[in-house]
Design a protein around this ligand. Structure first.
Ligand code: GLY
Length: 297
């Protein structure tokens, strides 16, 4: 790569971020845009029924219906598309992109989002897999067995033009009330990007994340000069000190600045993320609150 070339970078959340990053990285190496890369990357867990918190195979709401939230933020044009509480279409992030490109709006919700997607040629299918149905049936007889599945795919990409894209997709909190929408499709909470500064995305308990506008907060910290790692840790620190009880649950954030530097942090141990540079993808453990509080005083 010539020294002046911009290196494509992809960072995304959780173990299923690896195939997402690998797919996105291929597209970027072929000269594709960060938007194309982010969509194709997020489609990977959406279409993998083994992933029980995203797309097909996601755990359902309390009524046994899989309801998906997703969004895309294409920074060069400040293009935004999102869907909330959409049923029946696995590639929710692609529907979100279609909202951005084919309508004057930023978000469609519920049944109208499904109808829009079908009208746009998206395939309708049963998203509730036999495994997810069985877990829902077990939960109905043992609701005390709390399921804390809320592992959003959040993916940030920088392409060879230096353009940034953020994308998210999730089936949200398992056993949620029908109609509940989390942070993932909400600009500023689940994702945000500014081509002049950087991008951020969040995963974990949506009710906590959206109260703090996590992704906007982190991008504004980047704008003020913070490196991505310190911006992520500062956000978790702020939330943890303001609401200590939130650190008993998982909230994690990732960030990518326009220089291609990355960061990640979580409220508790167990968060992992995928990072792709130069065509190579590696998994990393996310620093977590008690650990970096100890290290940084
Ligand atoms: N962070 C995903 C959700 O809470 O829905």
């Amino acid at each position: 790569m010539p020294s002046h070339a911009i290196e494509p970078v992809v960072i995304s959340t959780w173990w299923f971020g690896r195939p997402a990053n690998e797919r996105a990285g291929e597209i970027l190496l072929q000269g594709g845009s960060a938007l194309d890369a982010a969509e194709a990357g997020v489609n990977m867990p959406e279409l993998d029924p083994k992933v029980t918190s995203v797309g097909k195979g996601g755990l359902p709401n309390a009524a046994g219906e899989v309801e998906l939230d997703a969004a895309v933020y294409w920074a060069p044009t400040r293009g935004v598309g999102a869907v909330a509480g959409m049923r029946g279409i696995a590639r929710a992030v692609s529907v979100a992109r279609r909202v951005m490109e084919a309508t004057p709006h930023c978000m469609l919700a519920g049944e109208a989002a499904r109808v829009f997607a079908v009208g746009q040629g998206f395939e309708e299918e049963e998203l509730l897999t036999p495994t997810a149905r069985q877990r829902w049936e077990e939960w109905k007889v043992r609701p005390d067995l709390a399921e804390k599945s809320h592992d959003t795919i959040g993916l940030l990409a920088r392409d060879a033009n230096g353009d940034l894209c953020a994308a998210t997709s999730t089936s949200g909190l398992a056993w949620k009330l029908p109609g509940r929408v989390g942070d993932s499709p909400l600009v500023g909470s689940g994702l945000y990007a500014d081509n002049a500064v950087g991008a951020a995305a969040a995963t974990g308990i949506g009710e906590y994340i959206l109260r703090y506008c996590a992704s906007f907060w982190i991008v504004e910290a980047l704008r003020a000069g913070a490196p991505p790692q310190s911006a992520c840790e500062s956000f978790i620190r702020w939330m943890a000190e303001d609401q200590p009880a939130y650190t008993e649950d998982m909230v994690a954030v990732i960030a990518l600045n326009r220089e291609g530097e990355t960061g990640a942090a979580a409220t508790k141990e167990g968060f992992e993320y995928a990072l792709t540079r130069g065509g190579e993808t590696r998994m990393h453990a996310g620093p977590y609150w008690p650990e970096f509080r100890r290290n940084n005083g």
